[in-house]
Ligand binder design. Sequence first.
Ligand code: DX5
Ligand code: ZN
Length: 220
Amino acid sequence: MSFRIAPSILSADFARLGEEVKAVIAAGADLIHFDVMDNHYVPNLTVGPLVCEAIRPHVNVPIDVHLMVQPVDRIIPDFAKAGASIISFHPEASAHVDRTIGLIKESGCKAGLVLNPATPLSYLDHVLDKLDLVLVMSVNPGFGGQAFIREALKKLTAVRKRIEASGRDIWLEVDGGVKVDNIGEIARAGADTFVAGSAIFGTSDYKATIAAMREKLSRP
Ligand code: DX5
Ligand code: ZN
């Protein structure tokens, strides 16, 4: 299994965002996780397609856009044009989940569905075969720096089983409270792609932190 580390720019220094993304890529990031919040679906407001477009020339890894917005569909083509590689959304924020997945794919991006801590797996029942990624939230979305909700471990294992049964190469991402200290346990539960905001940008040496995460991932 190959593991991917996706630093969330939510915890970066926004006044120096271009330098921050370059630094974290030089430090070994596999993806840039781009958290979009609208002060409606979640009680916080962050960045939109303009900022995605602004960082794109400084980023030579996929941009992993996590939409915490409602409604979802109108903004998808804008993110595709702004250079998003993967676009994930919350099913509760879309009136027509299957249509939204179709829109993401038609716009040329990979599609992900995000499950909040209380969102049941049944949302995957009829769409898993169309997805490229499932994102399991291990905090309630809206803020960086929250504590990992341990129930997410069981959920990751259950989603991993469904992915294996599908026979498709679907990434299983986890987002919220991921640290050097718990990343091994989270990987054993089934995740292969790890979002980490404060755990990386809150340290002074991004390379050392990402290396410490990979070291934990290398020991089964
Ligand atoms: C939360 C965001 C996360 C957040 C994670 O709503 O989706 O991506 O940045 O932050 P940490 O890693 O600090 O929990
Ligand atoms: Zn996120």
